[in-house]
Design a binder for this molecule. Structure first.
Ligand code: PNS
Length: 164
């Protein structure tokens, strides 16, 4: 059983993230989306909301395939989560060269901490290469249209006042 974790902040999940999940499902038997509880970052959406949105997005956008994806939160090191779950790989999406520097640093350090856990980089589709959660939040905060950038479950939270 090849199991990969896909760690991130997912504040919020974008169609680019879902694209990476789909690609990971093509390579691994099991994929766990792992949402970091980061005490140093104050996400715009709380953990329960982010977890709920991810679950809904996987079910709605990926159908049967999505239902096979686990979602959980974690604190601490990503490699510790990988070890706890018995996952042999960490999946990260690469959009552009600019991602590469920080990602390779993280991958090298994770390898030092846990040599048995491999980092696998998956290239997002060109259509989603410019997407980031930060940009989505900014566009949405000024009333811009983020359709085609985020799953419906995110759109519902962004457009229904009082939620998220
Ligand atoms: O979606 P993000 O914010 O790019 O995800 C970053 C994440 C969660 C993958 C990274 O910050 C992380 O792995 N944090 C957990 C703490 C950890 O393992 N740090 C050591 C990495 S070298």
């Amino acid at each position: 059983m090849r199991h990969a974790i896909y760690p991130g902040t997912f504040d919020p999940i974008t169609l680019g993230h879902l694209d990476v999940v789909v690609r990971a499902l093509g390579l691994f038997d099991r994929v766990t989306v792992a949402v970091l509880v980061n005490p140093r970052k104050q996400p715009s959406m709380d953990l329960a909301t982010r977890l709920g949105i991810i679950r809904e997005s996987l079910d709605e956008e990926l159908g049967d395939a999505g239902r096979g994806v686990a979602v959980e939160s974690f604190e601490g090191l990503t490699v510790d989560l990988a070890r706890r779950l018995g996952a042999g790989a960490i999946v990260r999406g690469l959009r552009a060269v600019s991602d590469f520097e920080s990602e390779i640093q993280m991958a090298q350090l994770n390898r030092r901490l846990a040599p048995e856990v491999e980092t696998v980089f998956l290239m997002t589709s060109a259509e989603h290469a410019a997407l980031s959660s930060t940009m989505v939040r900014e566009i949405a905060s000024f009333g811009g249209d983020v359709r085609g950038m985020v799953p419906a479950a995110v759109l519902r939270r962004l457009t229904v006042p009082g939620e998220g």
